[in-house]
Design a protein around this ligand. Structure first.
Ligand code: G3P
Length: 218
């Protein structure tokens, strides 16, 4: 399973990359706004840190402007994946950019039917938002299961399921059990994955016993 980090905070991406935990990055307009930085500048910097795909999202809603923005964004670095919303214009832009050899991440997916359309439009990734579905009392993971089932019926679909809006470790574990290809995780969720109270307690007692020996390895 590939781990993407869902942030536009360069320091976070650098730290997690050093730990070998980042296969790619996803951003969206809200995350860019939160960073307080110029989009082109921050995307270029992220692309230098991570060799994997870096999703940069268009902000226009009409076909022509969205396509022009997508072409601009992919020109920032060779590993930019253009992110488009799941709208009619977004799907048309997806098809155009995919035909030009650009990886497209179709975002804001909330139904299996939408995911089917994204695959037909040549998306490299479909981003279903599990947390936001949970927020409205629908089990977001059921959508992941449905999309994977549908995609597996048609081996010619090359679209990868990129589970987004992950809020906690259980989302990740459930997505991995279902076999989703990618999960995009906020940095705090990645840190939650690492931590376990028994690990902390076990390490504390190993080190206490070790100190009693008076030895040092080096
Ligand atoms: O990857 C999409 C993600 O950023 C949305 O997450 O928590 O705002 O629903 P959230």
């Amino acid at each position: 399973m590939k781990f993407f980090v869902d942030t536009a905070e360069v320091a976070e991406i650098r730290a997690l990359s050093e730990a070998g935990l980042v296969d790619g990055v996803t951003t969206n307009p809200s995350l860019i706004a939160k960073s307080g930085r110029k989009m082109a500048e921050v995307i270029a910097e992220i692309c230098e840190i991570t060799p994997g795909p870096v999703s940069a999202e268009v902000t226009a809603t009409d076909f022509d402007t969205m396509l022009a923005e997508g072409r601009f964004l992919r020109g920032i670095a060779r590993n930019v994946a253009v992110k488009v919303p799941l709208t009619e214009a977004g799907l048309s832009v997806c098809r155009s950019l995919a035909d030009e050899g650009t990886k497209v991440n179709v975002t804001l997916c909330f139904s299996a039917a939408q995911a089917l359309l994204a695959a037909k439009a040549g998306a490299a990734y479909i981003s279903p938002f599990v947390g936001r579905l949970d927020d409205i009392a629908y089990d977001g993971m059921l959508l992941i299961a449905d999309i994977l089932k549908i995609y597996r019926n048609y081996s010619y679909f090359k679209t990868e399921v990129l589970v987004a809006s992950i809020r906690h470790p259980v989302h990740l574990v459930e997505a991995a059990k279902l076999g989703a290809e990618v999960a995009t995780l906020p940095p705090n969720v990645i840190r939650q994955l690492i931590k376990h109270p028994l690990t902390d307690r076990g390490l504390e007692s190993f080190l206490a016993d070790w100190r009693k020996t008076g030895q040092s390895i080096l």
